[in-house]
Design a protein around this ligand. Structure first.
Ligand code: ZN
Length: 346
C-alpha cells in the first residue's frame, strides 16, 4: 500500500508529498481528526516515503504522482511494522522491524516516560538502515505529563534526519507546549462514497449492503468495520420497517418501542444513526434524487411512500430531534424519557 491506496484525504496527501518534494518536511507533525479515518495509515506512508530506496513519480514536482515503491526492504519492513502496530502490539520504541522506526502507543492509560526516554536516547544517532529516524505516537493525548515534558526539548530542537508524527483524535487535552511545537495536519471524515468503495472492495459487500453502513459510519472506516456485523445493522430492514409503521401508530405502541430500545441501551446510538439515515433518505426523495443516492436503497419503494406522506419541514424537524436526543444522551439525559420524547414525535 502506498499513498495512492489510502482512501480520501487528498489535500493531506498533497501537503505531505508537496513538503517532501520541496525538501520541507516538518520535523514534527500532529495528525488530528476523528478516529478511524486513516491518520495512522497516512503516517506510515509518509514514513515509508522518507525511507524508501526508490520513490516513484514526483518528477517535475508532480506531488500527485509521487509515492513510495512499496517493495524495497525499507517499505516492506515498515509495512510489517504498520500491520503489527495496527493489530494492537504497542511497542516500547525499540522492537520495530525497521530499525529507524519507533512506534509508541499507550500501555494502560499512558504513553510511559520510559518509552519516551528510550526515544530521546536513540534519536541523536544517525539512521541505521533508512534516511530518517521516525517516531510515531498513537493517541499522543495520552502522553504522560512527565513524558510530555521530557519530550519538549527534543521537539524544539530535534536531531537532524528526524520525523515525529503525533496522532490524536483529542488534541484539546494535549499540553499547549507540545501543540505549539508540532505542525498540525487536519483530517476530516471520509465521504460515504469512499467508505462504500472500501466495503465493496475489501469487505466483499454488495453496494446495496455497503451503503447503509457507509451512511452510519460518520466518515470513519474504523467505525464502518465495527458496524459490519453489528446486531442492529443485521436487522436493519426489519427494524426500519417497524419504525416506519410507528409513524402512524398510537402512542402506546410508540412507548413500547421506546421501552424495547431503552432495554438495548448499549446499541441506542446505532439505532439513532440508522433512523437518521432513513429520515435523510426520505428527504432525498423529496429533493427529487434518484434511488441510487439513497443509503437504504433496498428500501427505496418504502422511502418513496413514506416521503409522499410527509414534507421537507417535518422531516427536518424529525432529524433535528434525533440530534437533540443524541446530544442529550451524551450529556447523561434520562435514556427512557429521551426515547419516549423522540418516538412520540416521530
Ligand atoms: Zn520503497
Amino acid at each position: 500500500m502506498g499513498f495512492s491506496e489510502v482512501l480520501g484525504h487528498e489535500a493531506v496527501k498533497q501537503i505531505l508529498k508537496g513538503a517532501y518534494l520541496a525538501g520541507r518536511v516538518h520535523h514534527a507533525y500532529l495528525f488530528v481528526g476523528p478516529e478511524g479515518v486513516g491518520k495512522e495509515l497516512l503516517a506510515f506512508q509518509l514514513i515509508k516515503l522518507l525511507n524508501c530506496h526508490e520513490p516513484r513519480g514526483g518528477g517535475m514536482g508532480d506531488a500527485a504522482a509521487l509515492d513510495c515503491c512499496d517493495t524495497c526492504t525499507a517499505c516492506r519492513k515498515i509495512n510489517d511494522d504498520a500491520e503489527s502496530f495496527r493489530d494492537g502490539d504497542p511497542k516500547d520504541g525499540g522492537s520495530s522491524r525497521f530499525s529507524d522506526l519507533m512506534a509508541l502507543a499507550p500501555v494502560g492509560r499512558f504513553i510511559k516516560i520510559e518509552a519516551v526516554r528510550e526515544v530521546i536516547k536513540r534519536l541523536p544517532y544517525s539512521p541505521v538502515e533508512g534516511r530518517t529516524k521516525c517516531v510515531l505516537m498513537r493517541d499522543a493525548d495520552n502522553l504522560h505529563p512527565a513524558a510530555a515534558n521530557s519530550l519538549l526539548k527534543t521537539l524544539e530542537e530535534p536531531p537532524t534526519e528526524t520525523l515525529f508524527v503525533l496522532v490524536s483524535s483529542n488534541p484539546h487535552v494535549m499540553l499547549p507546549t507540545i501543540l505549539s511545537r508540532c505542525q498540525p495536519v487536519r483530517f476530516g471524515g471520509l465521504k460515504p462514497a469512499d467508505i462504500t468503495r472500501y466495503l465493496v472492495e475489501r469487505a466483499d459487500l454488495s453496494p446495496v449492503a455497503a451503503r447503509p453502513i457507509a451512511a452510519m459510519a460518520t466518515g470513519s472506516i474504523g467505525r464502518a468495520v465495527e458496524l459490519l456485523n453489528h446486531p442492529v445493522v443485521l436487522k436493519r430492514v426489519t427494524w426500519l420497517r417497524e419504525m416506519n409503521a410507528l409513524c402512524s401508530a398510537p402512542d402506546h405502541e410508540r412507548l413500547a418501542m421506546a421501552e424495547s430500545l431503552a432495554a438495548d441501551k448499549q446499541h441506542v446510538p446505532v439505532y439513532l444513526d440508522l433512523l437518521r439515515s432513513w429520515l435523510r433518505d426520505q428527504l432525498l426523495v423529496i429533493e427529487g434524487l434518484n434511488d441510487e443516492s439513497l443509503s437504504n436503497v433496498d428500501l427505496a419503494a418504502e422511502a418513496r411512500v413514506a416521503a409522499g406522506a410527509t414534507d421537507r419541514f417535518a422531516l427536518m424537524d424529525k432529524l433535528a430531534r434525533v440530534e437533540t436526543a443524541e446530544r442529550g444522551l451524551l450529556g447523561n439525559s434520562n435514556l427512557q424519557l429521551t426515547l419516549d420524547w423522540l418516538l412520540l414525535r416521530l
